[in-house]
Design a protein around this ligand. Structure first.
Ligand code: NI
Length: 254
């Protein structure tokens, strides 16, 4: 059995956990989980992530507005996020970023909200957790402009984009997608990635790794991702878990 598993990106406020959330969160430590960062996707889920972090010692949170949620924001959303981020278990602003796969029509608003949240993160001296889907060019441009610390989660870009990301001092997060049959690009990025920039994550309830693909994901499935990464890096899965946990603690100041 593995231990020292840190899930750097989860969504335990998702309705997929409504039926057994407390049981699930109460049992994760028995599966070797030492920490989880629960990410907000909008103001509501950010507040819920804060509340959950007060109930479980190993649970931390990030507050932020996801690019698919930028339309219905109140004018004072940055003030609201700032209040949440002052909580002692808030370790990042996230998840934030750009998504041109689902939404092309809100590009300008997405960029504005992304930049405002990066500025907030820098003001509070917090790292950011970045979502980038089909928006690699604009994401990189904004990251180069503001130079925040943080992670590109569930990285889906090319080796070239990954190299740019590393040059900016950012980390790269890998989850279940690394184990998928069509993961050629992710495997190439993993081969190139220096281990001191690696984070592991679930993005649960989504992205369950093979052989659980399609089922509800949770932090106890991270070893499948670590095993795949260990195969690519020619080391042991526990070694990968240990390195990723150290990196996560260092980046998020835990
Ligand atoms: Ni996510």
């Amino acid at each position: 059995m593995y231990n020292n598993i840190f899930d750097s990106h989860a969504h335990y406020t998702d309705k997929a956990f409504n039926s057994d959330r407390e049981n699930m969160l109460g049992s994760l430590k028995e599966s070797g989980i030492c920490g989880v960062i629960n990410c907000g996707a909008d103001l509501e889920s950010s507040k819920e992530a804060l509340s959950l972090s007060e109930k479980y010692d190993y649970l931390y949170f990030a507050c932020g507005v996801h690019p698919e949620e930028v339309e219905k924001l109140p004018e004072n959303y940055i003030e609201i996020l700032k209040d949440l981020a002052r909580h002692k278990k808030c370790v990042a602003i996230g998840e934030i970023g750009l998504d041109y796969y689902w939404r092309q029509d809100t590009k300008e608003k997405q960029k504005e909200v992304f930049e405002n949240q990066i500025i907030l993160a820098k003001e509070l001296d917090l790292p950011i957790i970045v979502h980038d889907r089909e928006a690699h060019g604009d994401t990189l441009e904004i990251l180069k402009k503001h130079k925040p610390t943080g992670v590109l989660h569930c990285f889906s870009g090319s080796v070239e984009t990954a190299k740019e990301v590393l040059k900016l001092g950012l980390y790269i997060g890998f989850g279940g997608a690394l184990t998928f049959k069509n993961a050629r690009k992710a495997v190439e990025v993993a081969e190139m990635l220096p281990l001191d920039r690696l984070l592991l994550e679930t993005d649960c309830p989504y992205m369950a790794p093979v052989p659980m693909r399609g089922k509800r994901n949770d932090s106890s499935l991270i070893p499948y991702v670590a095993e795949k990464m260990a195969e690519i890096k020619n080391t042991s899965a526990q070694q990968i878990l240990d390195i990723a946990t150290n990196n996560t603690k260092e980046l998020f100041g835990i």
